[in-house]
Ligand binder design. Structure first.
Ligand SMILES: C[S@@+](CC[C@H](N)C(=O)[O-])C[C@H]1O[C@@H](n2cnc3c(N)ncnc32)[C@H](O)[C@@H]1O
Length: 274
Protein backbone atom coordinates (compact mmCIF):
# COMPACT_ATOMS: atom_id res chain seq x y z
CA UNK A 1 0.00 0.00 0.00
CA UNK A 2 1.61 3.27 -1.10
CA UNK A 3 0.89 6.58 0.58
CA UNK A 4 0.59 9.88 -1.22
CA UNK A 5 3.34 12.39 -0.38
CA UNK A 6 2.41 14.61 2.60
CA UNK A 7 0.09 17.54 2.03
CA UNK A 8 1.97 20.66 0.97
CA UNK A 9 0.95 24.00 2.56
CA UNK A 10 -0.45 25.18 -0.79
CA UNK A 11 -2.60 22.10 -1.35
CA UNK A 12 -3.71 22.20 2.29
CA UNK A 13 -4.85 25.82 1.89
CA UNK A 14 -6.87 24.90 -1.21
CA UNK A 15 -8.35 21.84 0.52
CA UNK A 16 -9.42 23.92 3.51
CA UNK A 17 -11.06 26.42 1.15
CA UNK A 18 -12.88 23.57 -0.61
CA UNK A 19 -14.13 22.18 2.72
CA UNK A 20 -15.49 25.63 3.60
CA UNK A 21 -17.07 26.07 0.18
CA UNK A 22 -18.96 22.76 0.29
CA UNK A 23 -19.83 22.44 3.99
CA UNK A 24 -19.18 25.79 5.67
CA UNK A 25 -16.80 24.01 8.06
CA UNK A 26 -13.88 26.22 9.09
CA UNK A 27 -10.60 24.31 9.40
CA UNK A 28 -7.20 25.66 10.33
CA UNK A 29 -3.82 24.53 8.99
CA UNK A 30 -3.52 22.40 12.15
CA UNK A 31 -6.04 19.97 10.61
CA UNK A 32 -3.42 18.78 8.13
CA UNK A 33 -2.92 15.34 9.77
CA UNK A 34 -6.66 14.84 10.18
CA UNK A 35 -7.31 15.63 6.52
CA UNK A 36 -4.50 13.33 5.38
CA UNK A 37 -5.82 10.49 7.51
CA UNK A 38 -9.35 10.89 6.21
CA UNK A 39 -8.55 11.43 2.53
CA UNK A 40 -5.70 8.93 2.10
CA UNK A 41 -7.95 5.82 1.74
CA UNK A 42 -10.03 7.59 -0.89
CA UNK A 43 -6.88 8.48 -2.90
CA UNK A 44 -6.02 4.81 -2.88
CA UNK A 45 -9.50 3.74 -3.95
CA UNK A 46 -9.24 6.13 -6.89
CA UNK A 47 -5.59 5.19 -7.64
CA UNK A 48 -4.53 8.80 -7.29
CA UNK A 49 -0.94 9.60 -6.36
CA UNK A 50 -1.19 13.02 -4.71
CA UNK A 51 -3.58 15.25 -2.81
CA UNK A 52 -3.33 17.71 -5.70
CA UNK A 53 -4.74 14.98 -8.00
CA UNK A 54 -7.57 14.46 -5.52
CA UNK A 55 -8.27 18.21 -5.36
CA UNK A 56 -8.49 18.27 -9.15
CA UNK A 57 -10.94 15.35 -9.00
CA UNK A 58 -13.21 17.08 -6.48
CA UNK A 59 -13.21 20.26 -8.54
CA UNK A 60 -13.92 18.52 -11.86
CA UNK A 61 -16.23 15.68 -10.79
CA UNK A 62 -19.49 16.65 -9.08
CA UNK A 63 -20.06 13.06 -7.94
CA UNK A 64 -16.83 13.14 -5.97
CA UNK A 65 -18.07 16.13 -3.96
CA UNK A 66 -20.48 13.87 -2.03
CA UNK A 67 -17.60 11.52 -1.05
CA UNK A 68 -15.48 14.52 -0.11
CA UNK A 69 -18.24 15.82 2.19
CA UNK A 70 -18.62 12.37 3.79
CA UNK A 71 -14.89 12.33 4.52
CA UNK A 72 -14.42 15.82 5.91
CA UNK A 73 -17.43 15.93 8.25
CA UNK A 74 -17.22 14.72 11.86
CA UNK A 75 -20.25 12.64 12.74
CA UNK A 76 -19.81 11.76 16.45
CA UNK A 77 -23.11 11.34 18.26
CA UNK A 78 -24.82 9.29 20.98
CA UNK A 79 -28.27 8.30 22.15
CA UNK A 80 -29.53 10.76 24.78
CA UNK A 81 -26.37 12.87 24.50
CA UNK A 82 -26.42 15.60 27.20
CA UNK A 83 -29.05 14.33 29.66
CA UNK A 84 -30.35 17.82 30.68
CA UNK A 85 -31.68 18.32 27.16
CA UNK A 86 -33.68 15.13 27.32
CA UNK A 87 -35.01 15.91 30.82
CA UNK A 88 -36.20 19.27 29.45
CA UNK A 89 -37.75 17.69 26.36
CA UNK A 90 -39.58 14.92 28.26
CA UNK A 91 -40.62 16.76 31.43
CA UNK A 92 -41.19 20.35 30.30
CA UNK A 93 -41.40 20.65 26.56
CA UNK A 94 -43.74 17.80 25.58
CA UNK A 95 -46.36 18.42 28.31
CA UNK A 96 -46.22 22.23 27.82
CA UNK A 97 -46.42 22.07 24.04
CA UNK A 98 -49.34 19.63 24.14
CA UNK A 99 -51.33 21.84 26.53
CA UNK A 100 -50.71 24.89 24.32
CA UNK A 101 -51.43 23.18 20.97
CA UNK A 102 -54.39 20.85 21.37
CA UNK A 103 -55.13 18.80 18.27
CA UNK A 104 -51.92 19.86 16.47
CA UNK A 105 -49.02 17.69 15.27
CA UNK A 106 -45.65 18.49 16.86
CA UNK A 107 -43.05 19.13 14.17
CA UNK A 108 -39.40 18.56 15.08
CA UNK A 109 -36.25 18.93 13.00
CA UNK A 110 -33.06 17.06 13.88
CA UNK A 111 -30.95 19.37 11.77
CA UNK A 112 -27.53 17.71 11.90
CA UNK A 113 -28.74 14.21 12.54
CA UNK A 114 -25.50 12.30 11.81
CA UNK A 115 -26.12 8.54 12.21
CA UNK A 116 -29.53 9.08 13.81
CA UNK A 117 -29.05 8.51 17.55
CA UNK A 118 -30.48 11.98 18.26
CA UNK A 119 -33.56 11.53 16.10
CA UNK A 120 -34.38 8.11 17.53
CA UNK A 121 -33.90 9.50 21.05
CA UNK A 122 -36.54 12.11 20.14
CA UNK A 123 -38.80 9.43 18.65
CA UNK A 124 -38.51 7.17 21.72
CA UNK A 125 -39.55 9.97 24.08
CA UNK A 126 -42.42 10.97 21.75
CA UNK A 127 -43.62 7.35 21.62
CA UNK A 128 -43.43 7.13 25.41
CA UNK A 129 -45.35 10.40 25.74
CA UNK A 130 -48.01 9.12 23.34
CA UNK A 131 -48.72 6.30 25.75
CA UNK A 132 -49.75 8.87 28.36
CA UNK A 133 -51.51 11.17 25.87
CA UNK A 134 -52.92 8.98 23.08
CA UNK A 135 -54.05 11.99 20.98
CA UNK A 136 -50.43 13.25 20.75
CA UNK A 137 -49.05 13.29 17.19
CA UNK A 138 -45.51 14.11 16.02
CA UNK A 139 -43.37 14.26 12.89
CA UNK A 140 -39.58 14.39 12.71
CA UNK A 141 -37.41 15.58 9.84
CA UNK A 142 -33.83 14.31 10.07
CA UNK A 143 -31.25 15.94 7.82
CA UNK A 144 -27.50 16.02 7.37
CA UNK A 145 -25.08 17.19 4.70
CA UNK A 146 -23.36 13.80 4.50
CA UNK A 147 -25.09 11.27 2.26
CA UNK A 148 -23.23 8.37 3.80
CA UNK A 149 -24.09 9.22 7.40
CA UNK A 150 -27.73 9.90 6.49
CA UNK A 151 -27.83 6.40 4.99
CA UNK A 152 -26.76 5.02 8.37
CA UNK A 153 -29.47 7.08 10.11
CA UNK A 154 -32.09 5.65 7.74
CA UNK A 155 -30.84 2.10 8.29
CA UNK A 156 -31.06 2.52 12.09
CA UNK A 157 -28.58 -0.26 12.87
CA UNK A 158 -26.29 0.29 15.82
CA UNK A 159 -23.41 -1.44 17.51
CA UNK A 160 -20.43 -0.72 19.77
CA UNK A 161 -20.32 2.51 21.77
CA UNK A 162 -23.79 3.62 20.65
CA UNK A 163 -25.46 0.48 21.99
CA UNK A 164 -23.35 0.38 25.15
CA UNK A 165 -24.36 3.93 25.95
CA UNK A 166 -28.11 3.36 25.67
CA UNK A 167 -27.83 0.01 27.40
CA UNK A 168 -26.44 1.88 30.42
CA UNK A 169 -28.63 4.99 30.30
CA UNK A 170 -32.01 3.62 29.11
CA UNK A 171 -32.02 -0.20 29.17
CA UNK A 172 -35.86 -0.26 29.19
CA UNK A 173 -36.05 1.81 25.99
CA UNK A 174 -33.38 -0.33 24.33
CA UNK A 175 -35.44 -3.46 25.01
CA UNK A 176 -38.67 -1.82 23.91
CA UNK A 177 -37.66 -0.07 20.68
CA UNK A 178 -34.79 -2.17 19.28
CA UNK A 179 -34.39 -5.74 18.08
CA UNK A 180 -31.16 -7.73 18.27
CA UNK A 181 -29.58 -8.20 14.83
CA UNK A 182 -26.36 -9.89 13.63
CA UNK A 183 -24.91 -6.39 13.40
CA UNK A 184 -25.88 -5.28 16.92
CA UNK A 185 -29.35 -3.81 17.27
CA UNK A 186 -31.93 -2.59 14.77
CA UNK A 187 -34.40 0.24 15.42
CA UNK A 188 -37.99 -1.05 15.31
CA UNK A 189 -40.23 0.19 12.52
CA UNK A 190 -42.37 1.94 15.13
CA UNK A 191 -39.63 4.55 15.64
CA UNK A 192 -39.36 5.25 11.92
CA UNK A 193 -43.04 5.67 11.15
CA UNK A 194 -43.11 9.44 11.76
CA UNK A 195 -39.62 10.23 10.45
CA UNK A 196 -38.52 11.58 7.06
CA UNK A 197 -34.95 12.10 5.90
CA UNK A 198 -33.35 14.81 3.75
CA UNK A 199 -29.90 15.64 2.50
CA UNK A 200 -29.50 19.27 3.48
CA UNK A 201 -26.78 21.90 3.87
CA UNK A 202 -27.59 24.10 6.86
CA UNK A 203 -26.16 27.15 5.09
CA UNK A 204 -28.98 26.95 2.56
CA UNK A 205 -32.74 27.42 2.89
CA UNK A 206 -34.66 24.24 3.61
CA UNK A 207 -36.41 22.96 0.46
CA UNK A 208 -39.36 22.67 0.44
CA UNK A 209 -39.75 25.32 3.17
CA UNK A 210 -41.18 24.00 6.44
CA UNK A 211 -41.86 25.48 9.88
CA UNK A 212 -41.03 23.49 12.99
CA UNK A 213 -41.97 23.78 16.65
CA UNK A 214 -38.57 22.55 17.74
CA UNK A 215 -35.17 22.43 16.04
CA UNK A 216 -32.31 20.35 17.42
CA UNK A 217 -29.18 22.07 16.09
CA UNK A 218 -26.64 20.42 18.34
CA UNK A 219 -22.90 20.05 18.06
CA UNK A 220 -22.63 21.46 14.57
CA UNK A 221 -22.23 25.24 15.08
CA UNK A 222 -18.85 24.52 16.67
CA UNK A 223 -17.50 23.61 13.23
CA UNK A 224 -18.34 27.00 11.70
CA UNK A 225 -16.83 30.47 11.99
CA UNK A 226 -18.98 33.33 13.34
CA UNK A 227 -20.13 34.38 9.87
CA UNK A 228 -21.40 30.90 8.98
CA UNK A 229 -22.85 30.37 12.45
CA UNK A 230 -25.00 33.44 11.85
CA UNK A 231 -26.08 32.17 8.44
CA UNK A 232 -27.03 28.76 9.86
CA UNK A 233 -28.94 30.34 12.77
CA UNK A 234 -30.77 32.70 10.39
CA UNK A 235 -31.77 29.79 8.14
CA UNK A 236 -32.94 27.81 11.18
CA UNK A 237 -34.99 30.81 12.34
CA UNK A 238 -36.84 30.82 8.97
CA UNK A 239 -37.75 27.18 9.66
CA UNK A 240 -39.08 27.81 13.17
CA UNK A 241 -42.60 28.81 14.13
CA UNK A 242 -42.99 32.08 16.03
CA UNK A 243 -43.31 30.26 19.36
CA UNK A 244 -40.57 27.77 18.41
CA UNK A 245 -37.58 26.53 20.37
CA UNK A 246 -34.00 25.92 19.29
CA UNK A 247 -31.73 23.46 21.11
CA UNK A 248 -27.95 23.78 20.87
CA UNK A 249 -25.07 21.60 22.03
CA UNK A 250 -23.57 22.04 25.48
CA UNK A 251 -20.43 23.79 24.27
CA UNK A 252 -22.29 26.13 21.93
CA UNK A 253 -23.56 29.61 22.66
CA UNK A 254 -25.15 32.22 20.48
CA UNK A 255 -24.94 35.05 22.99
CA UNK A 256 -22.57 37.16 20.92
CA UNK A 257 -24.23 36.59 17.57
CA UNK A 258 -26.94 38.77 16.04
CA UNK A 259 -29.74 36.25 15.83
CA UNK A 260 -33.49 36.01 16.28
CA UNK A 261 -33.33 34.00 19.53
CA UNK A 262 -33.68 34.62 23.25
CA UNK A 263 -32.07 32.53 25.97
CA UNK A 264 -34.60 30.43 27.88
CA UNK A 265 -32.59 27.73 29.67
CA UNK A 266 -29.02 26.52 29.16
CA UNK A 267 -28.90 25.24 25.56
CA UNK A 268 -32.56 26.16 24.93
CA UNK A 269 -33.54 29.29 23.01
CA UNK A 270 -36.94 30.82 22.17
CA UNK A 271 -37.57 32.56 18.91
CA UNK A 272 -37.59 36.36 19.14
CA UNK A 273 -37.87 39.30 16.77
CA UNK A 274 -34.62 39.53 14.80
C1 LIG B 1 -20.96 16.02 15.57
S1 LIG B 1 -22.33 15.63 14.57
C2 LIG B 1 -23.70 16.10 15.62
C3 LIG B 1 -24.77 15.05 15.68
C4 LIG B 1 -25.92 15.31 16.67
N1 LIG B 1 -26.62 16.53 16.34
C5 LIG B 1 -25.44 15.35 18.09
O1 LIG B 1 -25.41 16.42 18.69
O2 LIG B 1 -25.07 14.30 18.62
C6 LIG B 1 -22.29 16.98 13.38
C7 LIG B 1 -23.05 16.68 12.10
O3 LIG B 1 -23.20 17.90 11.37
C8 LIG B 1 -23.12 17.59 10.00
N2 LIG B 1 -22.80 18.82 9.24
C9 LIG B 1 -21.61 19.45 9.15
N3 LIG B 1 -21.71 20.52 8.35
C10 LIG B 1 -23.00 20.57 7.94
C11 LIG B 1 -23.74 21.46 7.10
N4 LIG B 1 -23.16 22.51 6.51
N5 LIG B 1 -25.04 21.19 6.88
C12 LIG B 1 -25.64 20.11 7.48
N6 LIG B 1 -25.00 19.26 8.28
C13 LIG B 1 -23.69 19.48 8.51
C14 LIG B 1 -22.06 16.52 9.91
O4 LIG B 1 -22.16 15.76 8.73
C15 LIG B 1 -22.33 15.71 11.18
O5 LIG B 1 -23.10 14.57 10.92
Amino acid sequence: MTHAPALTPEVLTTLIALVREHTGIAMTQRKSILLERRLQPRLQELSLHSYQDYLDRVVSDRDEVAHFIDLVTTNDTLFFRTPQVWDYFRDRYLPGWTRAHPGQTLKIWSAAAASGEELYSIAMLCEQFQQQVPSFRYQILASDISQQILGLAKAGQYSGRSVERIRLSHPDLLRKYFTASPYGVQVNQQLKQNVSFALHNLLEPLRPPQRFDLVFLRNVLIYFDAEHQETVLRQARHSLKDDGRLILGESETIARLATGYQFEFPMIYKTAEA
